[in-house]
Write a protein that binds this ligand. Structure first.
Ligand SMILES: [Zn+2]
Length: 154
């Protein structure tokens, strides 16, 4: 284990799951294996790109290769269902999903809406930089989370 690897006690994601850190909108979905929330508002800013969801394992593990079969199956199903929810309730035209894990060493999959009209230069990892994309503060994020929850329940 390198010096860069955090213990669960210090891990941002583990702390969030334990309720020590709150995020706008709260948990969109939570079960024994997985937790889903909306991305937080970047430090120093008052709004966030809307429709940026994060799916996290409840266990503090660092690689996809560490998932159990049950976690992997639940993860795949949930990513697909969240993608569908973003398209139905938020009218996204495309969904990006990826894992970096370079910053917080706890498996988390990004599931991000791309909205109609996004110029080609903002496709991909720059999708949140499009100035005309939907952005919002804690209230708008909470409303979006409620719509996603309702869409998942269908
Ligand atoms: Zn963790």
């Amino acid at each position: 284990m390198s010096a860069f690897e955090e213990q669960p006690t210090d891990c941002f994601i583990c702390r969030k799951h334990r309720g020590e850190i709150s995020i706008p909108g709260g948990a969109i979905h939570e079960d024994d294996l997985l937790y889903v929330g909306h991305a937080h508002i970047p430090e120093g800013q008052t709004t966030a790109y809307l429709g940026w969801l994060v799916v996290e394992t409840k266990r503090h593990i660092q690689e996809l290769a560490d998932l159990t079969d049950a976690e992997a199956q639940a993860l795949g199903l949930l990513v697909v269902r969240l993608s569908r929810a973003l398209m139905v309730s938020e009218k996204a035209e495309h969904i990006y999903t990826f894992l970096f894990g370079d910053g917080v060493r706890h498996v988390h999959i990004h599931v991000i809406a791309r909205y109609p009209g996004a110029p080609r230069e903002y496709w991909g990892t720059r999708v949140d930089e499009w100035p005309d994309a939907p952005h919002g503060g804690p209230r708008e994020i909470a409303e979006l989370c409620a719509r996603i929850r309702a869409s998942l329940a269908v």
